[in-house]
Design a binder for this molecule. Sequence first.
Ligand SMILES: Nc1ncnc2c1ncn2[C@@H]1O[C@H](COP(=O)(O)OP(=O)(O)OP(=O)(O)O)[C@@H](O)[C@H]1O
Ligand SMILES: [Mg+2]
Length: 325
Amino acid sequence: MSLFVAGSIATDHLMSFGGRFSDSLVVDQLDKLSVSFLVDDLEIRRGGCAGNISFGLAALGLRPVLVGAAGEDFADYRSWLERHGVDCDSVHISTERHTARFVCTTDTSMAQFASFYPGAMSEARLVELAPIAQRVGEPSYVLVGPDDPEGMLRHTDECRQRGYRFVADPSQQLAFGEGDMIRRLIDGAAYLFSNEYESHLIQSKTGWSEDDVLARVGTQVVTLGKDGVRVVARGAETVEVGAVPGVVAVEPTGVGDAFRAGFLAALQWSLDHERAAQVGCTLAAYVVEGVGTQEYSFTREQFAERLATAYGDRAAVEVRPHLAG
Ligand SMILES: Nc1ncnc2c1ncn2[C@@H]1O[C@H](COP(=O)(O)OP(=O)(O)OP(=O)(O)O)[C@@H](O)[C@H]1O
Ligand SMILES: [Mg+2]
């Protein structure tokens, strides 16, 4: 049974400006604003939550099915993902819109001008899960990550309707969604992922207490940044796992996605929640100590070694046989 990973597929276009924006802005002329900055550097990074999570799962040796919408410009990104083991055959390709794109210019004082173009992402609502299940078999889990809000709701509804187990991962959509929408995205999930801030946002927007949330999802996984993660499951003891020690954090973008990939991979291998959290934290460490969300690589031995150093030999012994060779 394979994992379906639904969510955004996007690229980030990141530029750096060698001066300060504020030196070029005339405050009393902002109504006529028109400036152009000559930038030193352009970096194009593959991203989007579903892209990142799928990449992480494939790095661990699984073959996840990417579910989402992109534009005709997806070809390069597709071959990258396929080369790493992601099934991209169910990605919907828009004939009218480009792949979602985040464009951001940062100056020397870290001030930013950024825009996000959702583009083809808005067509994620056209993707149905049943035909994918016909192609590759029923999913073990369907992760519903941040995406076109209507698409997220439809995927979640379809999971409930067809009895597919689903993982709710609303992340950044929590900031925009109303309580009603968030309740619909979460109710009946097998797992709910969020960071600590988002877990409070979930409670305040849904009006559900911690216990109410737990009554509606089987297990809640709350990541705590450099402090690791807490896994609270109905009728079981809370599991707390520390982050990998001694990691020098370079750039946090994508750590949450990498954690999810590791956690889900371990579930797929039928390991328990403690192991799942450890695998998640180990994969997240690779991302936080580098730049970019899909730029890491490791051998089976390196990953197992890292897991052993952080969490002990038994953890590594259980995980090693499952890793990509
Ligand atoms: N400084 C760090 N050192 C080691 N591990 C880290 C660090 N920061 C994060 N992690 C790992 O990444 C996991 C997820 O981090 P975090 O809770 O910050 O996610 P997030 O807020 O969803 O991040 P983002 O949305 O920016 O990807 C943590 O559970 C931890 O294992
Ligand atoms: Mg996050």
